[in-house]
Design a protein around this ligand. Structure first.
Ligand SMILES: NC(=O)c1ccc[n+]([C@@H]2O[C@H](COP(=O)([O-])OP(=O)(O)OC[C@H]3O[C@@H](n4cnc5c(N)ncnc54)[C@H](O)[C@@H]3O)[C@@H](O)[C@H]2O)c1
Length: 258
């Protein structure tokens, strides 16, 4: 049977309390990984409760605000004190901000960047020194980072994350550490729960597969990128979006001419 070859590895997931991060943490634990799940709450979030780690796997929880450099350094010290190496990092924590171009303030921009961009940078800076060749970092971007999605601060942050990912892939490649990015489309999570019906409908109209995605469908791609099965993949960007970004705006034209 084909194996993801993840058993026995140690992987840190940020923003793992709910949504995609929780699914990634749960599926990694099932694949035999020692998962260090992190998020803002002090105690283990309910979203992680249903995890059923395989005999080799485990799911530990640590509080971490990804925007807090001291928090990252505390996490790094703790991992070091356990005598563990780090084989994987999923920079999943992210926040959105829906103000539009003429209303967005510099404060909005800074707030989103602190989490979505600086959070990932701090994670890489803290954990790359604990990684050896074969380790893998996955950054969670967004279709927003491939398009002109209207919430400008969020979109700009995800475009910035792409630049960060590419530099990291280049700089860490010589150590055998891979860095890749996934770009989710509309995924059913607490983040999108409150989306307006108009937003949902318009997104579906732009999505060739004609449906939204599940957290497990994103997590499966993240597990592949963490696994040695993707050992020659680095600096790659993989949309997990039902085809939303790939047509570059041509779908409405194609649909109109049907
Ligand atoms: N859901 C979607 O449709 C969608 C689409 C594209 C990209 N994304 C991206 O996927 C990632 C996960 O999104 P989701 O939909 O699961 O979101 P979510 O809001 O359901 O979960 C995000 C998690 O991140 C945590 N978080 C927020 N700020 C944090 C901080 N400063 N430090 C640590 N943790 C923090 C939250 O507590 C929460 O548990 C995000 O980076 C998001 O931008 C989501």
């Amino acid at each position: 049977m084909l194996s993801l070859q993840l058993a026995g590895r140690t992987v840190v997931v940020t923003g793992a309390g709910q949504g995609q991060g929780a699914a990634e943490a749960r599926m990694l634990a099932e694949a035999g990984v020692r998962v260090i799940a992190t998020d803002l709450p002090a105690g283990m979030p309910a979203g992680l409760a249903g995890a059923s780690p395989s005999p080799e796997g485990s799911l530990l929880y640590r509080q971490l605000d990804v925007a807090d450099a001291a928090g990252w350094s505390g996490l790094g010290d703790w991992i070091r004190s356990q005598g563990w190496a780090v084989d994987g990092l999923v920079n999943n924590a992210g926040i959105t901000q829906r103000s539009r171009l003429l209303d967005a303030s510099a404060t909005d921009l800074h707030k989103v960047y602190d989490v979505n961009v600086a959070g990932a940078l701090l994670g890489i800076q803290t954990l790359a020194p604990l990684m050896a060749g074969g380790a893998s970092i996955v950054n969670v971007g967004s279709v927003a980072g491939l398009t002109a999605h209207y919430p400008v601060a969020y979109t700009a942050s995800k475009w910035a994350l792409r630049g960060l990912s590419q530099v990291a892939a280049m700089e860490l490649g010589r150590r055998g550490i891979r860095v890749n990015t996934v770009h989710p489309g509309f995924i059913e999570t607490p983040m999108t729960q409150g989306a307006k019906p108009e937003f949902r409908q318009a997104t579906l109209a732009e999505t060739p597969l004609g449906r939204t995605g599940s957290v497990e469908e994103v997590a499966a791609v993240v597990l592949f990128l963490l696994s040695p099965l993707s050992s020659y993949v680095t600096g790659a960007e993989l949309p997990v979006d039902g085809g939303q970004a790939g047509h570059g705006g041509a779908k409405s034209i194609s649909d109109a001419l049907r």
